[in-house]
Design a binder for this molecule. Structure first.
Ligand code: BJW
Ligand code: ZN
Length: 269
């Protein structure tokens, strides 16, 4: 009888000395957090990806803050789902066995950390950090609303009244500078230290598990061909084919919250 995808995946997983996992918005979908592309990727009449850009910020920083204020409010009420928990438990078992494990996420929602993942490489920053455009300081900030002026704003309803925030109403640093979300927008460089940590986790890994990403955004998507060149088994969990499905050795189709708990229920051999 020929080996099933699950058997192939699990036999590689239990022997793997070094595992890397790359996650995207899909891993948080079952927690109630909308993905970027496809259904749910609209905020008012804007594509979420168009608001995650320096151009949108230059045009209307208040609107961009409304969008992030809304996402912070939403994320505050969301809990990690069984997919996040299964990844955190896998990491704990692998570290306990003295093996290498790197979780690389494109998500900014903090749900991996909430589930107990130790130190995910956050390629695109954090919803819970802000950066001062004047002094450059990066600080943790869990205020919802981000400032009193944003209370009740950020409704995703396309009929929500457009409100123009003045410069004086934008969130401010102690130095007086304007604060922006500490996230990576299109055309902006990722932190060198994050890129280095992700590359170190992928180089020479035995297995790369890619979960819930359309894999169209670089440099994140580039870690998949990198792992392939290093001879890793590439596995994907997604509800639909992605841009890297063709590179995958095994593909599991379905929601990550439903699939990961039993798929990853493996002890290191
Ligand atoms: C489920 C599910 C369930 C649903 N279970 N699955 C090489 C080639 C071409 C272009 C480039 C290139 N290199 C760089 C570029 C340019 C650009 C880029 O990649 N463009 C492409 C889109 C064409 N990249 C950049 O600009 C990056 N910067 C850069 O390269 O800088 C270079 C530089 C160097 C030196 C100086 C200056 C510059 C930066 C990219 C930043 C991306 N930022 C965002 C916003 C982050 C902040 C925020 O969250 O607001 O990151 S955009 C958005 O896309 C966000 C996401 O992290 C990212 C990826 O999206 P993701 O996670 O894949 O989500 P979706 O919605 O696309 O997919 C969800 C998936 O889940 C789907 O597949 C569903 O099927 C699935 N799913 N439910 C499992 N239950
Ligand atoms: Zn400052």
């Amino acid at each position: 009888m020929s080996e099933t995808s699950r058997e192939r995946f699990q036999s590689t997983l239990c022997r793997a000395r070094k595992i890397a996992v790359l996650t995207g918005a899909g891993v948080s979908a079952e927690s109630g957090i909308p993905t970027f592309r496809g259904a749910g990727g609209l905020w008012r009449r804007y594509e979420a990806t168009s608001l995650a850009s320096p151009e949108a910020w230059r045009r209307d920083p208040g609107l961009v803050w409304e969008f992030y204020n809304h996402r912070r409010e939403r994320a505050l009420g969301c809990a990690p789902n069984p997919g996040h928990h299964a990844l955190a438990q896998l990491e704990a078992r692998w570290r306990e066995a003295g093996r290498a494990f790197t979780l690389i996420t494109q998500n900014i929602d903090g749900l991996h950390e909430k589930a107990g993942s130790r130190s995910p490489v956050r390629l695109h920053g954090s919803l819970w950090q802000v950066r001062c455009l004047s002094c450059g300081s990066v600080t943790e900030n869990r205020d919802v609303p981000i400032t009193p002026a944003f209370a009740g704003s950020g409704s995703p309803d396309p009929e929500a009244p457009a409100r123009r925030f003045t410069a004086a109403e934008l969130p401010r640093c102690g130095c007086g500078g304007v604060l922006r979300p500490h996230v990576v927008w299109f055309g902006e460089a990722l932190q060198e230290s994050d890129l280095a940590a992700a590359a170190a986790g992928v180089e020479g890994c035995d297995l790369l598990l890619v979960v819930g990403t359309s894999a169209v955004v670089y440099p994140a998507a580039g870690f998949v061909p990198m792992a392939k060149r290093h001879g890793a088994l590439i596995a994907e969990v997604n509800v639909e084919p992605s841009a890297i499905s063709g590179l995958c050795d095994v593909v599991f189709t379905g929601g990550s919250g439903a699939i990961l708990p039993s798929l990853l229920d493996v002890t290191p051999a």
